[in-house]
Design a protein around this ligand. Structure first.
Ligand SMILES: Cc1ncc(COP(=O)(O)O)c(C=O)c1O
Length: 425
């Protein structure tokens, strides 16, 4: 396989930007096709975080000294950068969290808890990640609301019509992934939002798998809330975003009480709290994480989000076509590669064995149920192998994946024990 840097149609040598691609894994560089789990980080992001710690580090909003003011500026500038990236109307609509999971939980508990009454309905889709399923399930159990699930069709596609058919006058919240993390399905989120709004429901979009592969415009979508993670878009671990329309954020309760969210506090007298987004960010935030996320957004904008989308889709389509052409290989989902993900199973071979075989060839994929057990169960398999593509991947890597799958053999894991899914997530 050619391992020389490949431009992938970008104006710069993208592979040279990612130090980990030069790592030595048993004598060869990694073929990293696990980008939907987390992407690698470019030097530009690492440098921005390093510079923050070397030149600006302090705590935010706490002091009048120069470093504290610099740290505060960097943090708030990052918030404005995020707002521009997703076209929020301003930084006041951007809450920093530690990831999509926290963002969804924040909406469920901080917004949904007050909103829902017994008999109300929360509608999700049949392809959700546990992070956009379990918070709603628990919220329904606690409030007496009903959790409804809009089924996907036999191709794993979510039709806007099928979704709308599940809406009712009791639907208060709709929560849906923009892109499925299992098979890359792009959901008709704009139509879902329109239909939900027509019934008076609020829509929470899980954008974890969308932001690295497509331009996201929260105002054009008219999303009420939009959640995503920095680490899946070339940014650092431990930082995420909750976008919320200002009017919704203003109705929300903080989940954590503490420093950084207070205007006036006492033991038993008046308590005046800061407005959002600081209301939801009590405690010392991950300042370097926000700085790194802003740098990742600069990086993606520099490459061109449309170009990134085309590159990822091209490789995904190439891998999917090669795998589909193989006897005994099932590729899940319709042939729509925009999500950057191809999920497949090999007849008679457990996905962990396929994953081990790929790993022995230096190829990193994700295997199992991808934190979406009900959806994978609906596919009728114990799990899948998921290859997911990013800006540094090459056509040679997609081809290597396809060729290597051809030589996979049955190994340690038994398909007779489908409940043995220790890496289920
Ligand atoms: C669709 C989707 N939603 C939510 C999450 C959770 O993201 P995080 O683990 O960064 O909170 C993921 C992560 O895999 C995901 O793919």
């Amino acid at each position: 396989m050619a391992t020389e840097p490949s431009s992938g149609g970008f104006h710069r040598d993208v592979r040279a930007d990612f130090p980990i691609l030069a790592a030595d894994l048993d004598g060869r560089p990694p073929v990293y096709l696990d980008n939907a789990a987390t992407t690698q980080k470019p030097r530009q992001v690492l440098d921005a975080m390093h510079a923050y710690y070397c030149q600006d580090n302090s705590n935010v909003g706490r002091s009048v000294h120069t470093l504290s003011m610099r740290a505060t500026d960097r943090y708030e500038q990052a918030r404005e950068r995020v707002a521009r990236f997703v076209n929020a109307s301003g930084g006041n609509e951007i809450v920093f969290t530690k990831g999509t999971t926290e963002s969804v939980n924040l909406v469920a508990e901080g917004f949904g808890r007050e909103l829902l009454r017994a008999g109300d309905e929360v509608l999700i889709s049949g392809l959700e990640h546990h992070s956009n399923l379990l918070p709603w399930r628990r919220l329904c159990e606690r409030t007496g609301a009903v959790l409804k699930v809009a089924a996907v069709d036999e191709h794993g596609e979510l039709s806007a019509a099928a979704f709308s058919a599940q809406l009712s006058d009791r639907t208060r919240i709709v929560a849906v992934a923009h892109v499925s993390n299992v098979q890359g399905t792009v959901t008709p989120v704009g139509e879902v939002i329109e239909a939900a709004h027509a019934r008076g429901a609020v829509v929470v979009v899980d954008g974890a798998q969308a932001v690295a592969h497509r331009a996201v415009d929260v105002q054009a979508l008219d999303a009420d809330f939009y959640c995503f993670s920095a680490h899946k878009m070339y940014g650092p671990l431990g930082t995420g975003v909750l976008y919320g329309k200002a009017g919704h954020l203003a109705r929300m309760e903080a989940l954590l009480m503490g420093g950084g969210m207070v205007r006036r506090a006492s033991y038993d007298g008046p308590l005046t709290l800061a407005p959002p987004p600081h209301l939801m960010e009590s405690g010392t935030p991950n300042i370097a994480g926000a700085v790194g996320l802003a740098a990742a957004m600069d990086y993606l904008d520099d490459l061109g989000v449309e170009r990134v989308a085309a590159h990822d889709a091209e490789l995904t389509a190439r891998a999917a076509a090669g795998l589909r052409a193989q006897d005994g290989v099932t590729v899940f989902g319709a042939q729509r590669p925009e999500g950057g993900i191809v999920s497949f199973a090999v007849d008679g071979i457990h996905p962990y064995d396929v994953g081990n075989h790929l790993n022995n060839a230096g190829i990193a994929t994700r295997t199992g149920v991808h934190c979406a057990m009900p959806f994978v169960d609906s596919l009728g398999v114990v799990g899948t192998v998921r290859a997911s593509f990013g800006v540094y991947n090459t056509a040679e890597e997609a081809d290597l994946l396809v060729e290597t799958v051809k030589t996979a053999e049955k190994g340690f894991w038994s398909l007779e024990h489908p409940n043995d899914r220790s890496l289920a997530g």
